[in-house]
Ligand binder design. Structure first.
Ligand SMILES: [Zn+2]
Length: 111
């Protein structure tokens, strides 16, 4: 049993190393890019880079980043009745909250 845990633990460490390498490569590319608001919004909404990293590559102070971030429309689909609707979110935290289990507006089934 412990051997299995040791193996899995090593697998996780190796994957983490790989993730760090890919993230480093992404940051290198972003450092060479001109970070306009479109790119900034893309990185904010579509990647897991931290606000600190976003601040570094864009040269915008962390406190001012939100002045550049635009609301995002998220399409929610109920797995039970398939109804779709769009909700607007203005931050990653709000998006996380929206993704928590809650009842569908139409059928009451859990999303
Ligand atoms: Zn539903």
């Amino acid at each position: 049993m412990l051997e299995k845990i040791e193996k899995l633990s090593n697998d996780i460490k190796n994957m983490q190393k790989e993730i760090n390498l890919v993230e480093k490569e992404m940051l290198e590319i972003l450092n060479e890019m001109k970070i306009d608001d479109e790119v900034l919004n893309y990185i904010y909404w579509e990647t897991d880079l931290s606000l600190k990293q976003l601040s570094q590559i864009s040269n915008i102070g962390q406190a001012k980043l939100y002045q550049h971030i635009q609301d995002k429309n998220v399409t929610i689909i109920c797995p039970k009745c398939q109804v779709k609707w769009i909700e607007k979110v203005s931050s990653r935290n709000e998006l996380k909250k929206k993704k928590k289990v809650r009842p569908c507006q139409k059928c009451g089934g859990l999303i």
